[in-house]
Structure formats: structure tokens, C-alpha cells
Design a protein around this ligand. Structure first.
Ligand SMILES: Cc1cc2nc3c(=O)[nH]c(=O)nc-3n(C[C@H](O)[C@H](O)[C@H](O)COP(=O)(O)O)c2cc1C
Length: 313
């Protein structure tokens, strides 16, 4: 019998799969839908202070075996979101809030006026979107000093545990993860989408996405995400939600071996359906049973043990 349950920041997850932000989590109903289909926890779509239309359509397209997206944080703003997420008790699994802001002060504002009034089990902030002017990477929010500044401001205001979502583009993610931990972050999500990248219509040469370029997610992101989790695990002691290209139980097992406590699942909902959470869990159970393991603790961080190739040299 394999037990997939994990403890993440005081939340007990029946299994390590976490619905990633921006994928289906736009209403309370859609959060419940994912919970019913086996997600261990869910993250809401990121909210901003004012309502945003986001980028012009098309905002998502298939590319390179994954997705390119330039949604641009379309959302109804925090006042509307307060009503949408008012009562979260019946979602059935832990709910992680998410918001994004242009400055450290605005982050603190959203903590006080939005997140602190709702029953989120934790809050995730993406300092890492690669395609939205004013936010994340395009606002220069993915460096060590600014990460420290934003996280410190938030920790002074926020009631719930804080998860900091880092960029897939960082050559050296360790120092940024450490800056977040030093400033009081309770966990790291590694990673957001990569890039940006782009694609064109073969017939016309016209760009496909309305914004012209977008973040890469799904299978093409997986090796980058896996290395980011591996490097983050070496740099910090706080838990990691390994996110990026997790589509199968094998992907999830690799993430946990790299050091993740839980695994984000986003793009895989497209090819495998919302049942993907349950499917990943069944596949993980089979893989663990085949190794003679009965819990995830037995494989967590395994990739950091001395490698065979190192033993030979
Ligand atoms: C359509 C789409 C919308 C997204 N919106 C958000 C968002 O609002 N906030 C955020 O933190 N991440 C957002 N992301 C990034 C995902 O949460 C996740 O980090 C990324 O897609 C990598 O995981 P995946 O390969 O499993 O999709 C979005 C991704 C996609 C594809």
C-alpha cells in the first residue's frame, strides 16, 4: 500500500499534485472541479489590484509539444475576487491564493486588503511572469535584492504562509531562492513559464499570439524545471513545489527525487483532461510500489545522493 500524502506548510495533502495558477482556477467552481478530480491542493489564478483585460487574443497556442501563453493577467481585480473566493471551506482541499503586483507596496496592499480577509491556506506570489509588462520579469522582479524587498514587505503584512514562485529563466536560481528564504518565505514554487518564445503562421508569416510572444509551458519546460528544483533544494531548507511540464507519474517522481515536496500541474490538463491529477497519482503509486517504497519520503531528494557516475571517477 503506497501512501502519497504530504505535509506542506501545515496543510495535509492527500497527494502531492497541486493545480498550478492560471489553469482552471479562475472561479471557486473550477477549484472544486479540480479537487473532485483528485488534485491534492489548488492555486487560484493570480489576481491584481485593478481589473485587467490582459493581452489581445489569441492568448494561448500549441507549440513544441507544449503551450505558449500570453494571457497577461486578465482578471476582475481583487474586489470582485473577494466575493468569488469568500467561502472556501467546501472546496474540499487546501486552497492557495495568488496575487501579483507592480511594487513591494502594492504587494503589501493586496496582502492586507485581499488575502488577509479570505481563508487561504497559503498565498503564492509569482515574481516571474516573462510576458506581462509591469509585472514579474518584465518589471525586473526576479533578482535577489528585489525578491528580498518584496518578500520582506509581504511577510510584515500577510497572515498566511507565503510561497514565492520563481522564474524558469534564472541561470542560477539558488541565490534568488535563498534571498526569498532569508526574507521569510515559507516555500518556493519552481518554476513559472520559460522564455518568452514565439511562433508564426507558416502560410502568412504572421505571429500567432496577439501579444507576439509568450511563456513556454508543458513538456518543453520539464528539464529546465527539474534542474531549477534540484538547484533550489541545494540552496534552501524550505519546501519546494516543483512545477513545469509535469504530465505523468514519472515526471512527478522525478520532481520529488530532485527535492520537491509537492508538484504543480498545469498544461497537462489540456492533453490528459482534468482526470490528470488522479492519473498521475495512480502512475506514481505503481512506480513507488515497483521500487518497494510505501511513501514519498523514501524518494524525496534521492537525486542528490552520490551519483553512480561520480562513484566511478
Ligand atoms: C494559460 C496559462 C495561464 C497561466 N497563468 C498564471 C497565473 O495567473 N499566475 C501564475 O503564477 N502562473 C501562471 N501560469 C504558469 C503556471 O502556473 C505554471 O507555472 C507553468 O505553466 C508551468 O507549469 P506547467 O508546465 O505544468 O503548465 C500560467 C500558465 C498558463 C499555461
Amino acid at each position: 500500500m503506497v501512501d502519497l500524502s504530504v505535509d506542506l506548510l501545515g496543510m495535509r495533502l492527500e497527494n502531492p499534485t497541486v493545480l498550478a495558477s492560471g489553469i482552471l482556477g479562475v472561479t471557486k467552481g473550477s477549484l472544486k472541479f479540480c479537487a473532485r478530480h483528485g488534485a491534492g491542493a489548488v492555486v487560484i489564478k493570480s489576481i491584481t489590484r485593478e481589473p485587467r483585460k490582459g493581452h489581445p487574443p489569441p492568448i494561448v497556442c500549441a507549440s513544441g509539444g507544449g503551450l505558449l501563453n500570453a494571457v497577461g493577467y486578465s482578471n476582475p481585480g481583487y474586489r470582485h475576487a473577494m466575493a468569488e473566493y469568500e467561502d472556501l471551506a467546501d472546496v474540499g482541499v487546501p486552497v492557495i491564493g495568488s496575487f501579483v503586483a507592480e511594487t513591494a507596496e502594492e504587494y503589501a496592499f493586496l496582502a492586507e486588503h485581499f488575502a488577509n480577509h479570505l481563508e487561504f491556506d497559503a498565498v503564492e506570489i509569482p515574481l516571474s511572469c516573462p510576458h506581462t509588462p509591469g509585472y514579474g520579469e518584465l518589471a525586473g522582479h526576479s533578482g535577489t535584492d528585489i525578491t528580498y524587498e518584496i518578500v520582506s514587505a509581504l511577510k510584515a503584512s500577510l497572515r498566511a504562509p507565503l510561497i514565492v514562485k520563481l522564474s524558469a529563466n534564472l541561470q542560477d536560481i539558488g541565490p534568488v531562492a535563498k534571498a526569498a528564504e532569508d526574507a521569510g518565505a515559507d516555500a518556493i514554487t519552481a518554476v513559472n513559464t520559460l522564455g518568452p518564445g514565439t511562433c508564426f503562421e507558416a502560410a502568412t508569416g504572421r505571429r500567432v499570439l496577439g501579444f507576439g510572444f509568450g511563456g513556454i509551458s508543458g513538456p518543453p519546460l520539464k528539464p529546465v524545471a527539474l534542474k531549477a528544483v534540484y538547484d533550489t533544494f541545494q540552496a534552501v531548507t524550505i519546501p519546494i513545489i516543483g512545477t513545469g511540464g509535469v504530465s505523468t507519474g514519472q515526471d512527478a517522481v522525478e520532481m520529488i527525487m530532485a527535492g520537491a515536496t509537492a508538484v504543480g500541474v498545469g498544461t497537462a490538463v489540456v492533453p490528459r483532461g482534468v482526470e490528470v491529477f488522479r492519473k498521475i497519482c495512480e502512475e506514481m503509486k505503481d512506480l513507488l510500489a515497483a521500487r518497494g517504497c510505501s511513501s514519498l519520503a523514501e524518494i524525496r531528494g534521492k537525486a542528490h545522493e552520490k551519483q553512480l557516475v561520480q562513484d566511478l571517477v
